[in-house]
Design a protein around this ligand. Sequence first.
Ligand code: SF4
Length: 482
Amino acid sequence: MEENPFKKRWRKGLRRIALVYPNVYASGIANVGLQFIYAYLNSIENVICERFYLDVYKGLRSLESGTPLRDFDIALFSLQFEDDYFNAVKIIENSGFEGLKVAGGPCAMMNPKPVRRFFDAFVIGEVENSRVLDVISEAKSIEDLEFDGIWRDGNVRRIKPKKLNFYLKKQIVAESVFGRSLILEVGRGCVRRCSFCAVRQIYSPPRWRDVKILTEFAESYRGHVNKVCLIAPSTLDHPRIEELIERLINMGFMVSPSSTRVDTLDDDLIELLVMGGLKSLTIAPESGSDELREFLNKGFDNEQIVDVVETARKKGIKSFKLYFMIGLPNERFEDVKAIVDLVERISRYVKVSVSINPFVPKPHTPLQWFPYTGFEDFKYGLIEMRMRSRYLVTKLSKMCNVNVESVERFAVQTILSRGDEDVSDLIELKPSLRVAMKLGLEKYLGKIPFDSELPWDFIDHGYRKESLIEELRRNVNILPKT
Ligand code: SF4
């Protein structure tokens, strides 16, 4: 059951806008950016906006009134994950929708070329404090979608609000991936420089919300929900995070951060989080090796990880989730073994579950030029990665819960992430590496020369490409020679 303070009734003359989230409701409703778009569009007098989720009528009818998607004038798609491209295209095909199709979200901001064929335009950036939503809601034809931050052709500069000095006055409260909670977006962008991370580039510069705005908003939900989830790419880096958590706890809320970083977790903060109801801690060492982690610019070592786990255990946290990647540039087999060693040290005295993802070199990052699997010979790299995955499953499953993601699946994700317009052919078929190879798309898995033009070069995120190369050169000196 959701509490929806924005529900609007259809009457003749209203323009119908569909907000389509091509994935499940529980993750869609947790997205405060989408909640803003929904509330904003419904505040426009002659517009009605309704939502579509993959697991509600298969994305073909609206959640609010069950109205078929094809009856809407405009459809706004949110592309949060590359895997969603397949769902989005199926929804378009199966619904018979023929109105204007606009896509936005982080995938559009990174590289919309693979899905360009399926949409009329893309929103590149964050829409608050701009007229983008008004322009879209008034558009009758593709030509009307000419505006700053809307991309159809040529180059585009990302749009963003300079400050986060606004917040939704109301929020839909529902059972989301964070449980039934009030969601407070405490910031956007990130002050850190992890070299594999696109968020630091595509949401730059880092911006924080004032504690006053956040606590005033939370105040109006006292008694309605008992949990607050704090959202940001690196939540605990908020400059007044302890004060914020303390005030929320004093207001009677349980508090849960969406992400935690080892080097922000000192004694006091852990204690505060435990007081806020935290029972398990998620941390992302990314690698078991200090050298590779330094190359990734993570800024902490194995000793710090073990210390934090030990401190958290003493404060009452009993279970830990650890995230690692394999297939990192110049990764040696001993680096993979280092994951096992680190997990072994930790799992001696606490309950651990481990999640391991193959590394995807993302657009707009210093690692964007590296080959998938880390090896230049793609076929050899695949064999090696499968072997490394099997090794990790065998070793780790003896000491903890372990999930190692499929090397093939993440290869497809890399193609969707780094590909050009020809990747649309794959999206019309199915997410399969074998199919991708038949289409000759494995070229997007290889090493990219620094002087190549990249499919996403047309997006200006406010950084120079040379600065990524300089950063990479500085970090490469840290790498052990393979
Ligand atoms: S801390 Fe997280 S969001 Fe920030 S740069 Fe690193 S990976 Fe990206």
